[in-house]
Ligand binder design. Structure first.
Ligand code: NAP
Length: 315
């Protein structure tokens, strides 16, 4: 028998994480031995000490790969030896690679998002992405400016899109815009406040054709007692969606968020972020094992969260 992979996820809280299901389903299908454990690290005075201990176990070869989620995607960075160019530009790590005791921070959220976006948008979407002539560039509107938004904006800019990033705290959107000026000089990236999003997009030369929710609005509480935000939508109340826009919500719990329901009621095509979750996990496992990973087995393991998928519902 070959190597047994010791993998896991660092974050807090980690209640009901789908990652163990995803990774164990893929390992089984690949006939690889291994386990995928949850490592809850509470933020606070002991977080650096607890994270450092996990890093030491990885350096010692006891742990072969780690995923990182909220709230440690940034705090883990100083404890690593290096970052991939992608993780460095995004400023967040969701995957740690162990190379002979050397820890490299990577980010598979960005390629995971792009790959799922291409899947759910179909031929039209694929045609638009990667078109770099100004007249054909896809214009994307990204809501939120936290860690996930940074990965999404990076992926969209790298695919040649024009991006408007809207956050409820304008200064957070502005900071994101400024930090990407180095990686994407000359790219079109506009920061706006969420409250002003509609007047701004009405004055653009080309209307956005993609709306991405990268805020945590509408997400089922990460703890048993924090389910109050589930009916929240990040889209400003009472405002119409831009006509024909495709809505991609990174949130996947619940499968149909308030935003997705409103989009479908408006007759729009829409998708939740479950496919991105599968893809970012598959890309991480591919890097840890050096083998191709069966997405289908992973998707089946979390099929109950699939919701309506990318199909348009009758309004
Ligand atoms: P984060 O760093 O905490 O950022 C959250 C962002 O959402 C912040 O900009 C925050 O603004 C904003 N926000 C929260 N509630 C809002 C509301 N009601 N209206 C407007 N803005 C609001 O979290 P993250 O890591 O970016 O994750 C964001 C979401 O993406 C989470 O739901 C996460 O589960 C999801 N995600 C999904 C995948 C996937 O594979 N599908 C991958 C990564 C992340 P303030 O700073 O002002 O609070």
């Amino acid at each position: 028998m070959g190597e047994s992979y010791s993998l896991g996820l660092i974050g807090y809280p980690l209640l009901h994480s789908l990652s163990p299901r995803l990774h164990m389903a893929a390992l089984r299908q690949m006939a690889l031995a291994g386990d995928y454990r949850l490592y809850p690290v509470e933020p606070g005075v002991h977080a650096t000490r607890d994270l450092s201990r996990l890093m030491e176990r990885a350096r010692a070869g006891e742990i072969h790969g780690l995923n990182v989620t909220i709230p440690h995607k940034q705090t883990v960075i100083p404890l690593l030896d290096d970052l991939t160019p992608q993780a460095s530009a995004i400023g967040a790590v969701n995957t740690i690679l162990v190379r002979d005791g050397y820890l490299v921070g990577d980010n598979t959220d960005a390629p995971g998002f792009l790959s799922d976006l291409q899947r759910v948008m179909g031929e039209g979407g694929i045609g638009m992405l990667g078109r770099t002539e100004a007249a054909h560039r896809m214009v994307a509107l990204v809501l939120g400016a936290g860690g996930a938004a940074r990965a999404v904006v990076y992926a969209l800019l790298a695919a040649g899109c024009e991006v408007i990033v809207a956050a409820r705290r304008f200064e957070q959107a502005e900071a994101l815009q400024q930090s990407f000026q180095i990686s994407f000089p000359g790219a079109y990236l506009l920061a706006v406040s969420l409250q002003n999003v509609n007047p701004t997009i009405h004055n653009l030369p080309s209307a956005p054709t993609l709306l991405v929710n990268a805020t945590s609005a509408g997400m089922l509480g990460r703890t048993e007692s924090a389910h109050r935000d589930v009916e929240t939508s990040p889209w400003p109340d009472g405002q119409p969606f831009p006509g024909g826009i495709f809505v991609y919500d990174l949130v996947y719990k619940p499968p149909e968020t308030a935003l997705l329901r409103a989009a479908r009621r408006a007759g729009l095509h829409a998708s939740n972020g479950l496919g991105m979750l599968v893809e970012q996990a598959a890309l991480a496992l591919e890097k840890w094992t050096g083998q191709s990973v069966p997405r289908q087995a992973m998707a089946q393991a979390v099929a109950e969260f699939a919701g309506h998928g990318p199909m348009k519902n009758s309004p």
